[in-house]
Design a protein around this ligand. Structure first.
Ligand SMILES: Nc1ncnc2c1ncn2[C@@H]1O[C@H](COP(=O)(O)OP(=O)(O)OP(=O)(O)O)[C@@H](O)[C@H]1O
Ligand SMILES: [Mg+2]
Length: 441
């Protein structure tokens, strides 16, 4: 026996907090005026629930792998059947291009439906032709009605793509397309469809200027995987990052180059994120770990005199608070006064680094700029730096050393705690700089 009763609830459009009472300020995320009234169907169910023994056998579902190896890796080693993936990114980032390419790659294995609420079929076809991704089993349509789509599926799909979640709607609701309740309801239907049909569903989501998925954060909770496509709009470089994955590790990244003929996978990103021949003032190389891969990167610092106002400290691709701390360490342990200097820090290539192993390279870059000296070429720095000026070792050092060797680096300055041939172990920032400059082992 099933009784369904509608009731009104209020949901925070920022974080998804639910309440029966209206609120001006969300008690969870503390944002103002984010309460949105929605109708929630309350199901009063008294039917029998089937429990399964944990020793029951199941068919282990095989992941689908494609010719787009980088995309497969970000998904956790291929696409899990029946999963729901949200791909979010800013305007013009290349979301439609990337998913059309991926849909085409998947369509070698079965039917893939690509639904666009933003482009007409001729527009989609011209993109397909430009990218050279025609496939018999890649089916395109232009509609905004999710119900029409689900009712029209004749050939069993392996995947569906909805471009975008903000432009599709489901009937039977009084809410506008793009509103929180519409997106929520559409997502509920798509999740249900994916779990019952075992087809995977991709949803494209637009991102606001502040970097949030336009609309509710709650979408992120409802789906299995969330991928962000980011990059600088002027450069062609794009980074696809998994920020949530129920079926794989997060922090995996894939790097692409946006070209006329589509998004080209860069399977060896170290070559574009670091310029190891550069012996410019203010440059330092490091090896970071992103997901299951190590990458060589280049950190650049610039320090300029400022005697008039409070000095500026700006970091791009690196946490500002951490830059402040490392700046203080440089002043304190390397006896370089940065008090009357502006400090700018940049991680080359639009990468955002949270790996603590990059600390020592940041210190080296700051020192190089402030002292107007350069380090010998092919020297890299890896280590976390504490407030005591001591260098601590970081995770996955073996992987970093292997990457340094592969990239032909000559010296790797690391914490003395990590012992290995061909690396230079140091205890303090002072020792690290001295050894890097002298070339001593
Ligand atoms: N004919 C073309 N030749 C070369 N590049 C093109 C062409 N058409 C589009 N592009 C490139 O593709 C990019 C847009 O890609 P795409 O439409 O996949 O982005 P999107 O993230 O889906 O954008 P939106 O948010 O508008 O849906 C543009 O920035 C442009 O550089
Ligand atoms: Mg698009």
């Amino acid at each position: 026996m099933k009784r369904v009763r509608d009731r009104k609830i209020y949901v925070c459009s920022n974080c998804g907090y639910k309440s029966h009472k209206w609120f001006g300020k969300c008690p969870q995320c503390e944002e103002w005026n984010t309460a949105v009234e929605i109708e929630e169907a309350e199901e009063d169910v008294s039917s029998i629930v089937d429990f399964k023994s944990s020793t029951a056998t199941v068919d282990v579902q095989k992941r689908l792998t494609t010719s787009m190896g980088e995309m497969d890796r970000v998904l956790g080693g291929g696409l899990t059947p029946g999963s729901v993936v949200l791909v979010a990114g800013g305007p013009g980032m290349g979301k439609s291009t990337l998913l059309l390419e991926y849909a085409s790659a998947l369509a070698t294995k079965g039917y893939v439906y690509y639904v666009s609420g933003e482009e007409s079929v001729p527009q989609m076809l011209s993109r397909v032709k430009r990218l050279g991704v025609e496939r018999e089993k890649l089916l395109l349509t232009s509609t905004v009605s999710i119900d029409d789509v689900l009712a029209s599926i004749k050939k069993k799909p392996i995947a569906l793509v909805f471009d975008s979640i903000q432009t599709i709607h489901t009937s039977g609701m009084n809410a506008l397309t793009g509103s929180i309740s519409q997106m929520r309801e559409c997502t509920v239907k798509l999740v249900e469809y994916a779990k019952t049909s075992n087809a995977s569903v991709f949803m494209i989501g637009h991102i606001t200027k502040a970097g949030n998925i336009a609309g509710p954060m709650m979408l992120e909770h409802m789906v299995d995987t969330v991928l962000y496509l980011e990059g600088e709009s002027r450069s062609g470089r794009r980074i696809l990052r998994a920020i949530k994955n129920r079926f794989g590790p997060i922090e995996e990244i894939a790097v692409y180059e946006m070209r006329k003929n589509g998004m080209i996978e860069i399977s060896d990103p170290s070559r574009i994120f670091a310029d190891m021949e550069s012996e410019e003032v203010g440059n330092a190389i490091s090896i970071v770990v992103e997901g299951s891969r190590s990458l060589m990167i280049n950190v650049q610092a610039l320090t300029t005199p400022n005697h008039k106002s409070n000095p500026i400290r700006i970091a791009r691709g690196f946490e500002n608070a951490r830059l402040l701390m490392l700046t203080a360490l440089v002043s304190n342990y390397l006896r370089v006064s940065l008090e009357n200097r502006d400090v700018y820090l940049n991680v080359l290539g639009g990468l955002k680094i949270s790996d603590p192993g990059v600390d020592l390279a940041v210190i080296a870059a700051l020192y190089s700029s402030a002292k107007n000296i350069t380090f010998p070429s092919k020297t890299a720095f890896v280590g976390e730096v504490g407030l005591d000026g001591r260098i601590r070792t970081v995770q996955q050092m073996q992987m970093r050393v292997a990457e340094a060797r592969r990239m032909g680096l000559k010296r790797l300055i690391v914490s003395y705690q990590f012992k290995e041939d061909d690396v230079t172990g140091v205890r303090t920032v002072k020792e690290a700089i001295t050894k890097a400059l002298s070339g001593d082992e």
